[in-house]
Design a protein around this ligand. Sequence first.
Ligand SMILES: NC(=O)c1ccc[n+]([C@@H]2O[C@H](COP(=O)([O-])OP(=O)(O)OC[C@H]3O[C@@H](n4cnc5c(N)ncnc54)[C@H](O)[C@@H]3O)[C@@H](O)[C@H]2O)c1
Ligand SMILES: [Zn+2]
Length: 369
Amino acid sequence: MIPASTVKVSLAERSYEITIRAGLLERLGRELKSYGVQGKVGVVTDRHVARHYLKSSLEAIKRHAMDPVPIILTPGERLKTLKTVEHILDVLARHRFERSSMLLALGGGVVGDMAGFAASIYQRGIPYIQVPTTLVAQVDSSVGGKTGVDHRLGKNLIGSFHQPRAVWIDPLTLHTLPTRELVAGLAEVIKYGIIADKSFFAYLRRHMSELRRQSPGIVATVVKRSCEIKAEVVAGDERESDRRRILNYGHTIGHALEALGGYKSFVHGEAVGIGLVQEAELACFQRICSRAVVEEIRRTVKEAGLSDCMPGWNPQRIWKAMLHDKKVSGGRVIGVWPERIGQVRIGPIEKYVFEQWYAVSRVSPHGHA
Ligand SMILES: NC(=O)c1ccc[n+]([C@@H]2O[C@H](COP(=O)([O-])OP(=O)(O)OC[C@H]3O[C@@H](n4cnc5c(N)ncnc54)[C@H](O)[C@@H]3O)[C@@H](O)[C@H]2O)c1
Ligand SMILES: [Zn+2]
């Protein structure tokens, strides 16, 4: 049995702990009790997650004399909307949730982002706890307090910062995750190596096949190290004025591809995987990194089972989609560029540079043609 471990997110009075513990879900009631939670607990989840984990979670909560109210959403990014959040708020209001009532976000990043957003606006803010069940959510979306929904014109365009009271990770929940979703999560994990930790990147390369087979010790180590890096970055810049932007590496192109694919062609991590490679290509084109760096990133992304290829879409449309992302300043896209593995820099890119690169890479042997 792998022992439980914790990671602290240090944000003054908004600080909290991430607990990683196999079998944590069975102890939900006890854990909530130890937080002094009483009365109603809203359990926001989606149908896929509910099928595997809702019954046992509700029972675990009831065993400790709390009153769980399940709120089961339709799965999928396409329903990460204000309308779905309104539905959550309706249930909370109908059940007379109060300022002190607790919400649990039991699911992937979509559930976590929406439950967190609902918690941030219901009665001007109620507490919530993240119980992430996908790899993306366990290493990324559950930590850091960014909540929100998509808008027709852009991903995560509406939202708020609202830190959870705790993040409870049960790595055993990954056993029921479809392989496609597990692999997608590896993109975020690889991202941490590239932006902040060369030896973690090397560790990932050494253990990629065990990671894909969910070898328990490797999964626990990888989830913990990823959470540590995210926690460290978030603690230094809670509201993304500067350093936190490095977490967006791979996401400028990634988000554009997701949007242009109508949130159907790629799941989030798959688009980010392509973004990791193609933004490294762009960095190399701007002479920020060497070709060796690009190839190392490409190899790792492919070993994870992810694609590195840009779809042959119109560059004007891709640029336009990149501009709709929030990381834009005065019409310029602000990118995150690897200098070497473990170190990135933030800087703007002009449209003509992007278009030049795109044209060149269509015909180059390293490109995406
Ligand atoms: N807030 C942040 O800082 C942040 C960071 C990264 C990503 N995100 C957001 O997270 C979302 C992506 O999250 P995701 O990749 O977790 O997707 P997701 O929430 O859509 O989950 C993926 C799929 O797996 C299913 N699922 C979840 N857990 C399962 C389990 N244990 N067993 C079986 N099926 C399970 C879900 O029902 C869904 O069909 C995006 O909307 C993205 O914008 C937010
Ligand atoms: Zn992401």
